[in-house]
Ligand binder design. Structure first.
Ligand code: IPM
Ligand code: MG
Length: 370
């Protein structure tokens, strides 16, 4: 049996804590013996800065290129606030996304039945919620040039970020949106600001043309990004797939996270294009939450987003759909049994730390697999 290669990049803050729970699951699969994962672990973010002076070494980048998939924890924290902008912890993550051309960022927001009360929205708005935010991840405001702060003659400073998109970039993300929608409820909302931004005008044009040419079977609606953020809290269940640019996707996905009860619940997958010969995609899986320095090292973090990210790796990188479903079912069952980390704690529930939650999920996987 050939082993699947998997690179673990735990990073900073709660990253290593939630990654330890992913490793618990990997150990389970390796012991059971039907599939095998060969893991290696590398530093990224602040942890890499402390040891190597940069947030991502060339060696780590090389390992990322070679791996079948990457599971990423989180980066950043107050300890590195004063580090130069170009080598700040987040630059390590952004470089991975760009160098591996991981342009399609899937951020599903699913509200587990047991957590409908944990959302700040009323139960009827979130119960049964299952939406997918598809964020363009390698273009737009994050990477556009010029990106600088210059000092003017009068001593004032002037900062510039540039939002850039080409037809090619919009077309390829639109295509992914239509493909994903076909396997779901067949509906795509494309969110942009065509009323203010030229990139919004082009985005709208290209999505419309791609739809007309390749995806007439999918329902497409255009929505202004600000209206989309409003509708997400007014009536989130109207959405199926929302496709948008890098910056809008960053914001809309944090907003969508809260519909599910906690940002500690949200996994994500960042995928590249399928290789023409092998059909394989480069892929990085990461919880949407950050490094949460305030609770780091205390064993309080919710490991579900990281565990669900690993489940996404099984589904999208290794084609192990049954195993992915097993994990997702185990998470739902563990929540139904009352286990709650602090971020999703409710009256009369059983408060669990990171490791206790991770163990409970693995036990549930064992039961379901038996
Ligand atoms: C995210 C994060 C990152 C982003 C940061 C850590 C650079 O907020 O993945 O949503 O802005 O993309
Ligand atoms: Mg974000």
């Amino acid at each position: 049996m050939s082993a699947h290669s998997l690179l673990l990049l735990p990073g900073d803050g709660i990253g290593p804590e939630v990654m330890a729970e992913v490793e618990r699951l990997i150990d389970f699969f390796n012991k059971k013996g039907k599939v095998r994962f060969e893991t290696s672990t590398e530093l990224v973010g602040g942890a890499a800065i402390d040891k190597h002076g940069v947030p991502l070494t060339e060696e780590a980048l090389g390992m990322a290129r070679a791996a079948d998939a990457i599971v990423f924890g989180a980066v950043g924290g107050p300890k590195w606030d004063k580090v130069a902008y170009g080598i700040r912890p987040e630059a390590g993550l952004l470089r991975l996304r760009k160098e591996l051309d991981l342009f399609a960022n899937l951020r599903p927001a699913i509200c587990y039945p047991a957590l409908a009360e944990a959302s700040s929205l009323k139960r009827e708005h979130v119960e049964g919620l299952d939406i997918l935010i598809l964020r363009e991840l390698t273009g737009g405001t994050y990477f556009g040039e010029p990106k600088e702060i210059v000092t003017l003659e009068n001593g004032q400073k002037r900062a510039v970020d540039t939002t850039v998109y080409t037809t090619f970039e919009i077309e390829r993300i639109a295509r992914v949106a239509f493909d994903l929608a076909r396997a779901r409820r067949n509906k795509v909302h494309s969110a942009e600001k065509r009323n203010v931004m030229k990139t919004g005008v082009l985005w709208n044009e290209v999505v419309t043309a791609t739809h007309a040419r390749e995806a007439k079977d999918v329902e497409l609606q255009h929505i202004l990004a600000d209206a989309c953020s409003m509708q997400l809290v007014r009536n989130p269940k109207q959405f199926d797939v929302i496709v948008c640019d890098n910056l809008f996707g960053d914001m809309l996905s944090d907003e969508a996270a809260m519909l599910t009860g906690s940002i500690g619940m949200l996994p994500s997958a960042s995928l590249g294009a399928a290789d023409a010969k092998t059909g394989k995609r480069k892929a990085l899986y990461e919880p949407v939450h950050g490094s949460a320095p305030d609770i780091a090292g205390k064993g309080l973090a919710n490991p579900i987003a990281a565990i669900a990210s690993y489940a996404m790796a099984l589904r999208y990188s290794y084609g192990l759909v049954k195993e992915a479903e097993l994990i997702e079912k185990a998470v739902a069952n563990t929540l139904a049994q009352g286990y709650r980390t602090a971020d999703i704690m409710q009256p009369n529930m059983r408060k669990a730390g990171t490791a206790e939650m991770g163990k409970a999920i693995v036990e549930e996987v064992e039961k379901l697999a038996a």
